[in-house]
Structures are given as structure tokens and as C-alpha cells.
Ligand binder design. Structure first.
Ligand SMILES: N[C@@H](CCC(=O)N[C@@H](CS)C(=O)NCC(=O)O)C(=O)O
Length: 304
């Protein structure tokens, strides 16, 4: 495995269902491991906070800066939201994976939803964890669903579109090894942002219309990291998010919701991206942006 492959969109290995026969939903039984830098883990923190699971599922936030030994659970990330891991003798996430699945050799990625009763991993795929949290919230707490029947097809389409046209291209551009690859993913990212900006101009409030859905929980964590990290670190520097007025308003709207803005730690995000051992260093090609006025050199603001 090349170090530069890490922190692409990881494939995950644990896909059990919470609130099933093997993993019935019980207060204080399950534990979530995340890191503030990781946008996928951020989705699960948002959902946990949004639907009031904070009193039911514990949370340990790993140190934001990942080292070669994996995510550090040694309580170095200080926050009122984060509690020490209940598996007290384990200080690194890879050892949690080994406890759950002896002989496991895959990636030890966040997020992890862990079952403290059986010492197994229920699930480590953010999109599944948040859907399962939504189900619990609607079935056990009568919370309004973020995955309503009449919008499921649209939500699924938008989540796939975000993954294929924005999220994966962000990492492919960031970790590209040559100009051509970088350029093709660079174009995809900005095409998708323009499309999203136009879409938000029509739907006005949220991606699928006037109510918050799982599609917004997918979108926010990556977009919120864009200007601070991806723009420079991954050379996605044609525009900033601030140049897209509808996305900017949308992000402001989401940021005001405590579960979204309150779970973001932008300083930790920056440290996690810029100080980690596995991020791209200087490459062999020229950045394509920012777009500047050819006479004044002033960065151009997009008018969409
Ligand atoms: N498909 C996974 C992706 C999770 C993921 O990529 N996590 C990264 C951080 S952003 C990670 O923990 N990588 C650790 C490693 O590979 O060692 C999900 O959506 O949950």
C-alpha cells in the first residue's frame, strides 16, 4: 500500500445492522470512534447529535492528526463531546479492530461503531451508520426521519452524485501523480460545485428541498473542509466555496444547526490535514488555480 493511497475513500469491512437480532439497540452498549479531521466520521457525529443519541451512544474522538501507527485514542483530543474509550487498555484504533476481528489486516478507519457487549465492530461505513441512526431515531424516539419514503430515490441519487462527482474526485485530484489525472478530477470537482450551486438556487433551503435529509449530512462535511484544506492541500484552487453564493448560504444555514456547526472543529481539521503523515506533499505539476484577472492578478469571483 502506498502511503499516498491512504485517506482516499476507504472501502469498509463491517456492515452489520444496528437494532437487529445480534445488535439490539440498548442504551450505553454501543460506542462511536471518530476523528475531527475525517469528513466521513463527521457525518456520524452530526447524526448522533442531531437526533439526540448523545445520551445513548458514547463517543471517543481520536487525535485529529493521524500517525503511521493509526488513530490515537489516548484522550489527546480534548473536548466535552469526547469521553475516554471504554476499552481502557487500548490506545490506538487498529487494536480495536484487532480486538473485534483477530487477524484483521485491512484499514483501521474512522468512523467505527463498536459493540462493548460483544467486543465486535457493528459497522464502519459512515453512510450505513447514519442511515441506521436515522432508523433508530424514527422508530424509538419518534424523530422525524431524514430519509422519508417519498424522497428516498432522490436522496440516494444525490448521495451517489456527491460521492462520484465531488467526494471521490476531491481525493483523486489531491493524490494525483500526474497533471492529466489531476486536471480531469479538478474539472469534475468544480463542475459538480457549479451544479450544486445551481440546484441550491432552485431548492433554496436544502439539497432536496425544504427539509433536511441524509443528503445534507453527506454534503456538509466535505464542503465545510474545502476552503480551509482541499483548496490548497489538494490544489483544488479554481474557486473557493465562498465564490458560490447559494452553497455559501446553504453552508451558513447548516452551520447554524448545532449538530452541524457545533461538531466542526476547523482548527483540528486543518491540523489533521496539514500535519498528518499520509497527505500529499509537493508534486510534479502546476496548480491550475486560482483563476485571476490577467491584468490585475486579482482572484476572480464566480458569477453563477
Ligand atoms: N467509506 C468510509 C471511509 C472512511 C475513511 O476513509 N476514513 C479515513 C479518514 S478520512 C481513515 O480513517 N483512514 C485511516 C486509514 O486508512 O488508516 C466511510 O464512509 O466511513
Amino acid at each position: 500500500m502506498s502511503t499516498n493511497d491512504i485517506c482516499h475513500v476507504e472501502t469498509t469491512s463491517f456492515h452489520n445492522e444496528l437494532d437487529s437480532k445480534d445488535y439490539p439497540f440498548e442504551k450505553d452498549r454501543y460506542w462511536l470512534y471518530t476523528s475531527k479531521v475525517c469528513p466521513f466520521a463527521h457525518r456520524t457525529e452530526i447524526m448522533r447529535a442531531l437526533i439526540g443519541l448523545t445520551d445513548y451512544i458514547g463517543l471517543t474522538i481520536a487525535d485529529a492528526v493521524q500517525t503511521e501507527q493509526g488513530w490515537d485514542l489516548g484522550n489527546r483530543y480534548k473536548s466535552a463531546d469526547s469521553a475516554p474509550s471504554p476499552i481502557t487498555d487500548i490506545k490506538r484504533l487498529p487494536d480495536i479492530y484487532k480486538l473485534a476481528a483477530p487477524g484483521y489486516t485491512g484499514r483501521a478507519s474512522v468512523p467505527v461503531l463498536f459493540d462493548t457487549k460483544t467486543n465486535t465492530i457493528v459497522n464502519n461505513e459512515s453512510s450505513e451508520i447514519i442511515r441506521q441512526f436515522d432508523q433508530i431515531a424514527t422508530q424509538q424516539f419518534e424523530h422525524t426521519t431524514l430519509y422519508p419514503d417519498d424522497k428516498q430515490t432522490l436522496i440516494d441519487e444525490l448521495i451517489t452524485e456527491l460521492a462520484d462527482e465531488l467526494i471521490t474526485p476531491i481525493y483523486r485530484a489531491g493524490f494525483a501523480k500526474d497533471q492529466k489525472t489531476y486536471q480531469s478530477y479538478f474539472e469534475k470537482v468544480f463542475t459538480c460545485l457549479t451544479k450544486l450551486n445551481n440546484r441550491l438556487g432552485e431548492t433554496e433551503s436544502f439539497i432536496t428541498g425544504d427539509s433536511l435529509t441524509l443528503a445534507d449530512v453527506h454534503a456538509y462535511p466535505h464542503i465545510v473542509r474545502f476552503d480551509a484544506a482541499y483548496h490548497s492541500l489538494y490544489r483544488l484552487n479554481k474557486h473557493f466555496i465562498r465564490d458560490y453564493p447559494n452553497i455559501t448560504n446553504y453552508m451558513k444555514r447548516l452551520g447554524e444547526i448545532p449538530a452541524f456547526g457545533g461538531t466542526l472543529d476547523i482548527q483540528a481539521v486543518k491540523e489533521g490535514y496539514f500535519l498528518a503523515w499520509n497527505q500529499p506533499t509537493e508534486g510534479n505539476f502546476t496548480p491550475l488555480g486560482p483563476e485571476v484577472n490577467p491584468r490585475s492578478g486579482v482572484a476572480i469571483t464566480v458569477n453563477t
